[in-house]
Write a protein that binds this ligand. Structure first.
Ligand SMILES: Nc1nc2c(ncn2[C@@H]2O[C@H](COP(=O)(O)OP(=O)(O)OP(=O)(O)O)[C@@H](O)[C@H]2O)c(=O)[nH]1
Length: 332
């Protein structure tokens, strides 16, 4: 197989895709809303919601997973709890992610920023196939960056801060994408203490020493290893509610875009073909997993209690991702 050349890798400068990732309640959707309001003043913004279980969103959505996948149906048919149904719904949606790309490709010329909201189940992005499929599909097409949202107020507990940062670290290494940690909710408490902990691991060690749990001593022993990660980490303090830190956030996006072009594109030159083959294999695997799940569900429902399973199988095969036209009209 011929090696890829830089001529094979043409990533336009825009639109910039920003994936909002973070633990449940960290403020991803609120920050999305804040950014839509702020950025729309001087940029063409497009939004995608990948959280199948969210009830209300304050921002206008252009592509919404809830229009294609009904997670309550997935829960019912597969006998899953809410978490499992969210993961399965996202896996199904990911198998059709090419349709999202097609829509974006059509709109790309007229867009500056694509903001993507994700579910609080952040394991999607450090071990589930769907996170990888989505990140790779986006990153081979557009400058793509991860905005990792952290609830600053909850991080006053140093073990919570450590566990958040371990997640961030694993997502960074998994996606390899430029990364911005957004310490959100600085209207409640300033993130200065977190900056100190990241700059001086002894200070974090002292804070952890005040706790006696096993997790605290584990965190303490890992804090030195995290120093390298913190050293190269881009972070900003923001408040999705008041809008504080918006300027820093925009600056961080600019820097991350430069990093994408300087560091990620050379990686793509080497890996693009490999990434795309892996993505296709992953999509096929997800479809097979879905079909196996469907067969299992049919076997347990053979007395005909659930007659919708054939329909569900058909719906997923034909799953169609549409954009909400009226929103695009509003933004035009
Ligand atoms: N004080 C304050 N509250 C915030 C801020 N951002 C979000 N919140 C609140 O935090 C709660 C969770 O916010 P969401 O935006 O729903 O969080 P999320 O990360 O999208 O949550 P999931 O959808 O569960 O993953 C809501 O009550 C918000 O009003 C902020 O900057 N300051």
């Amino acid at each position: 197989m011929a090696a890829s050349s830089s001529a094979d890798v043409k990533i336009p400068k825009s639109p910039v895709v920003i994936l909002m990732i973070g633990m449940a309640g960290s403020g991803k959707s609120t920050l999305m809303h804040r950014m839509v309001v702020r950025l729309s003043k001087h940029k063409k913004v497009y939004t995608v919601n990948l959280d199948p279980a969210v009830r209300n969103l304050a921002y206008p959505v252009n592509i919404d997973i809830r229009d294609s996948v009904n997670y309550k149906e997935v829960m019912k048919h597969f006998g899953l709890g809410p978490n499992g149904a969210i993961m399965t719904s996202l896996n199904l949606f990911a198998t059709k992610f090419d349709q999202v790309l097609n829509i974006l490709n059509k709109r790309a010329e007229n867009l500056d920023v694509v903001l993507i909201d994700t579910p609080g189940q952040i394991e999607v992005f450090n071990w589930s196939a769907s996170g990888q499929i989505i990140c790779d599909a986006l990153a081979v097409s557009y400058p793509t960056i991860v905005c990792y949202v952290v609830d600053t107020a909850r991080c006053v507990k140093p073990v919570t801060f450590m566990s958040n940062m371990l997640y961030a670290c694993s997502i960074l290494y998994k996606t390899k994408l430029p990364f911005i940690v957004s310490f959100n909710k600085i209207d409640v408490i300033s993130h200065d203490f977190l900056k100190e902990w990241m700059e001086d691991f002894e200070k974090l060690g002292d804070a952890l020493s005040r706790e006696t749990s096993y997790v605290a001593s584990l965190s303490k022993s890992m804090s030195l290893a995290m120093e390298e990660f913190y050293r190269n980490l881009r972070s900003v303090g923001v408040s999705a509610v008041t809008g504080a830190g918006g300027e820093d956030f925009e600056k961080a996006i600019q820097e991350a875009c430069t990093e994408f072009q300087e560091s990620y594109v050379p990686f793509l030159v080497e890996q693009r073909r490999d990434l795309e083959e892996k993505r296709k294999a992953s999509v096929e695997e997800q479809m097979k997993t879905f079909e196996r799940g469907l067969d299992r569900a049919k076997a347990t429902n053979k007395r005909g209690r659930d007659t919708d399973l054939d329909q569900l199988g058909e719906d997923v095969q034909n799953l169609s991702i549409e954009e909400r036209d009226y929103m695009m009209d509003c933004m035009d």
